[in-house]
Design a protein around this ligand. Structure first.
Ligand code: E4P
Length: 220
């Protein structure tokens, strides 16, 4: 499976990249805007942290196919292995189709429905990103969309894969992996929740205290 961090915060990526087996970093316009630095500068810093083999994702901001294609070309000219995120709208589908013909790898993003996700895969998107928590937050079921989309991709677009996104809890991410998602992207706070658990800390404290009582120091 592929594990990504969903952030444009370089220092968080530095710290978590040393702990977690992450394959790369996904960004979106809101995450970039939070950093208040030019897009290409942030992408260059992120690429330096994750290394040449680390996979970067960045999203087009234009809302018409022609400009989406131009932005995708500008991104991949500067970062040749970058995956371009394209919102799955009517214009986005035109752009994904053209970009696929141009040999530019895309991810269909802002996916709220299984049919919408399938269409982006049929247009040529390598990755499809359902927004699990945002679907849950509007009284839908993120995991139902993920399950349907997984079946649809397996049956009708096997060369595309789901990269499930938008999580607030580790449980949401685990449910996607159990449903067969081959890739997930975690926001920093959710990634932190995976690796810090008060019960684990308490268990380790007890081991240390028991050891210190018996032997004084934490050495053999
Ligand atoms: C994915 O493509 C998006 O960048 C992101 O995961 C949306 O998630 P959010 O709901 O955490 O903003």
């Amino acid at each position: 499976m592929e594990l990504y961090l969903d952030t444009a915060d370089v220092s968080s990526v530095k710290r978590l990249h040393s702990i977690l087996p992450i394959k790369g970093v996904t960004t979106n316009p809101s995450l970039i805007a939070k950093e208040k630095k030019p897009l290409f500068d942030i992408l260059a810093e992120l690429q330096a942290v994750i290394g040449v083999d680390g996979q970067l994702f960045a999203q087009v901001i234009a809302n018409n196919a022609q400009d989406m294609i131009k932005q995708a070309q500008a991104l991949t000219k500067r970062f040749p292995s970058l995956v371009v995120k394209v919102p799955v709208t009517a214009q986005g589908l035109i752009a994904i189709k053209s970009l696929t013909e141009l040999g530019i790898t895309t991810l269909g993003t802002a996916v709220y429905g299984a049919g919408q996700g399938l269409l982006s895969a049929l247009a040529g998107a390598k990755y499809v990103a359902p927004y699990v928590n945002r679907i849950d937050a509007q009284s839908g079921s993120g995991i139902d969309v993920v399950n349907e989309l997984q079946t649809l991709l397996t049956l009708h677009a096997p060369s595309s894969m789901m990269l499930a996104a938008s999580f607030r809890t580790p449980r949401q991410a685990l449910d996607c992996l159990l449903a067969g998602c081959e890739a997930i992207t975690l926001p920093v706070d959710v990634a932190e929740l995976f690796i810090s658990d008060p019960a684990v800390d308490a268990a380790i404290d007890k081991f240390e205290n028991d050891w210190k009582k018996a032997f004084g120091k934490l050495t053999f």
